[in-house]
Ligand binder design. Structure first.
Ligand code: NAD
Length: 697
């Protein structure tokens, strides 16, 4: 019948089977196949009923987003046409649901007259996560079956739930066990034999229409929670159209109008871009998909501090045993206590049971001896950020860990190639740069050394998925992708401060742009003492005197940030509100006057330009040096590791949106200022892309 849909008749029942890997994305070809099957079944007088079924993995995961923005989306039959064909037909159509039944997949099922599902099938309308809404009638049909309250909550949040949760609702006629096709055929035979009336969802009414006040109240909450995103509010309005419209078709028209608007929104562009970017990050140029993997059954972690503890949690939460090593019993006990406390917090929030907590803790084998590492498959080192300490650790590892095990460092910036040279197996060494708190943050920078073996890289990418991280491959350089860019962002913020903006203005502008915190508040949260120590070390090693900066004066005053109650701001005991401090302002004023700097008025728009374009310019160098494989990888790093606002889609997507010619022009302006930081010189890649008239990606 078609490449992706097959047609067979069993007795009086036609079976249309969707089979388009991986998850029956409803692209033009699959829709055509379903449409053809329906036509054939509806025209065959011997056929009395129709079963629509997918694969065990998916009934259908929804629209084929690779076709978004192409003529294929409007190619007939569209999803709406297929749904209408089924619903309007005079033969019962039964959806047999297994695996994913999401988005357009669920809308397809809603067009069927009956639905049977395996208990672990996953149902939901997650379109809001791509900044759009269910456009195949989902916003009109789901509330007719589940009621307004349940449907609107599901659609606005984009949640998906197992079929078992819909037991005794009109969404599912039957939850079945065992062979799904057999069960669906049996169900169809019953419907035919008993001559059951066809249940067309469009003919139902929404059972729980709220009062105007309740509706206004709920909408207010949705608007507040949606923050910068228009989609949740449009989802809400579309669902309301299911009972406010004069007819079902009018409701559908409103759904269409709203989705058309959303498609044009920059927020939806950013979210759809990010969705594709996440998938692209998993593809590594030159690393075939079938690269063999090394088995990871047991993990070793060295250092039970801030990072080691969080890293351990990732693995034990995924059910992998971890040998956790420290130098002293006291440090080990402290690390274990922190891990337990973190799980207890989750337990109090109802996210974990006591039994699960106990099971996780039982997976940790605390130790003070490297001998316990003899049978681990992967070791991650998270000791102090000091090359001498790392040297000692990796030399020891080389002598005790079995051959073939992967040796990883969580270093934030040190040279992985140098670390690899401390061993006789540099091919097994890799950087696994987790972000703090490591049990929460989704980003993992996988740092590929010169000698890192392909199967080591492939295994780490695969392992990252298992512990629910988004992995991005970085080459070796100071700070890798994320921290190397961050240094330029921070430098731009400091430059703005020196030239005339106060920390609160800079933070305010960055927060208005969409970051949860501006650079100075982040610095206060992270602590100012570590970078101060670094500056002092570098100054001591420098052959020429290094002039102090405002940051040094702040630290000299004992202001290390939130933990000492003062940093760039002051903090009241027990509170986290950053309060601008005249003492800091005085230091900045003094710095300007000592350095002959006349403060100028700086607009918020300039703050955004300098901070963002500093990130973009450094990222362009990173791309040029092939530290990152693609611009979208850089965006994934910033979205998942540095709190870059999701509605903007990452620094590189932002640069594309602004237009590279403008980025280039502003970089040239900044570079041309007297005494400008040479880092403002536009990266060669940006110049080239502008000449070519293209953007990143
Ligand atoms: N803190 C962060 O935000 C962050 C983020 C990413 C990466 N990192 C990197 O992770 C590593 C650890 O940082 P952290 O913040 O967890 O430090 P930390 O000081 O909290 O913990 C380090 C732990 O290592 C232990 N340790 C030190 N030397 C050891 C040795 N020879 N053998 C075994 N244990 C030893 C210490 O007792 C301590 O418990 C560093 O390389 C750091 O750059 C830190």
């Amino acid at each position: 019948m078609s490449e992706f849909a097959t047609y067979a008749v069993q007795g009086e029942i036609a079976v249309i089977s969707m089979n388009k890997p991986p998850i029956n994305g409803l692209g033009a070809a699959l829709r055509e196949g379903i449409g053809a099957g329906l036509t054939q079944a509806l025209n065959d007088t011997n056929v009395k009923g129709i079963v629509l079924i997918g694969t065990p993995r998916a009934f259908s995961g929804g629209a084929d987003i690779t076709e978004f923005g192409t003529p294929k989306t409007t190619h007939e039959p569209t999803l709406r046409t297929v749904v209408e064909m089924m619903e309007a037909g005079n033969k019962p159509v039964i959806a047999a649901i297994s695996g994913f039944c999401l988005g357009g997949g669920l809308e397809l099922a809603l067009g069927c007259h009956f639905r049977v599902a395996l208990p672990d099938a996953t149902l939901g309308l997650p379109e809001v996560k791509l900044g759009i809404l269910p456009g195949g009638g989902g916003t009109q049909r789901l509330p007719r079956l589940l009621g307004f309250e349940k449907a609107v909550d599901m659609i606005v949040a984009g949640v998906h739930l197992p079929a078992s949760k819909f037991k005794d609702t009109l969404l599912l006629d039957q939850i079945v066990e065992g062979d799904l096709l057999e069960a669906a055929l049996a169900f169809a035979r019953k419907v035919i034999t008993q001559n059951e009336p066809l249940k067309r969802v469009r003919d139902r009414t929404v059972p729980d229409i709220p009062t105007d006040e309740a509706l206004a109240e709920k909408r207010k909450a949705v608007v507040a929670a949606a923050k910068r995103f228009p989609a949740p509010v449009s989802c809400f309005d579309a669902v309301c159209a299911s009972f406010k419209s004069a007819s079902f078709d009018e409701g559908l028209a409103e759904e269409r109008r709203l989705i058309t608007e959303l498609f044009k929104s920059p927020e939806s562009h950013a979210l759809r871009y990010t969705f594709a970017a996440e998938r692209a990050a998993a593809k590594i140029p030159g690393l075939p998909d079938d690269t063999p993997l090394r088995a990871i059954k047991k993990v070793g972690v060295i250092g039970a501090g801030t990072m080691g503890g969080g890293i351990t949690m990732n693995f034990i939460s995924a059910g992998l045993p971890v040998v956790l090593l420290e130098t002293k019993q006291e440090a080990l006990d402290k690390g274990l206590a922190t891990i337990r406390k973190n799980y207890e917090t989750s337990m109090k929030k109802g996210k974990l049971t006591q039994a699960q907590l106990d099971a996780c803790m039982a997976l940790i084998q605390p130790t003070l001896s490297y001998q316990d590492f003899s049978d681990v498959d992967l070791v991650i080192e998270a000791v102090f950020e000091n090359m001498d300490v790392k040297e000692q650790v990796f030399k020891t590892l080389d002598s005790v860990v079995k051959q073939g095990a992967i040796l990883a460092s969580n270093t934030s910036a040190l040279n992985i190639d140098q670390i690899a040279q401390f061993t006789k197996r540099p091919q097994d060494v890799i950087g696994l740069h987790f972000f703090s708190p490591a049990n929460v943050m989704r980003l993992l920078e996988v740092v590929r050394g010169d000698k890192t073996a392909p199967d080591v890289l492939a295994t780490c990418m695969n392992m990252a998925r298992k512990i629910k991280k988004i992995a991005v491959v970085s080459g070796v350089c100071d700070g890798f992708i994320g921290n190397r860019m961050l240094a330029q962002y921070r430098a731009a913020a400091n430059e703005l401060m020196v030239q005339g903006a106060l920390p609160q203005q800079i933070d305010g502008a960055i927060q208005a742009f969409g970051f949860a915190m501006g650079p100075f508040r982040v610095a206060d949260l992270a602590g100012l003492d570590i970078s101060w120590a670094g500056r002092k070390r570098r100054a001591a090693a420098s052959p020429t005197p290094v002039a102090p900066i405002v940051d040094d004066w702040i630290c000299e005053a004992g202001r290390f940030g939130q933990k000492t109650g003062a940093g760039w701001y002051r903090y009241e005991a027990g509170k986290r509100d950053a309060i601008p401090d005249p003492i800091v302002e005085a230091m900045i004023t003094k710095y300007r006057s000592e350095n002959g700097i006349k403060p100028r008025k700086i607009e918020d728009s300039e703050i955004i330009e300098r901070c963002m374009f500093a990130l973009v310019n450094e990222a362009a160098r990173i791309l040029e040096e092939r530290i990152a494989a693609r611009a979208s990888d850089v965006d994934i790093v910033y979205l998942n590791g540095y709190g870059f606002p999701a509605h903007v889609g990452g620094p590189m997507h932002y640069a594309n949106t602004v237009g590279l010619p403008k980025v280039l022009q502003r970089l040239k302006d900044f570079a041309a200022e007297p005494g400008a930081n040479p880092k403002w010189q536009p990266a060669a890649l940006i110049v080239r892309l502008v000449e070519r008239g293209t953007g990143f990606n």
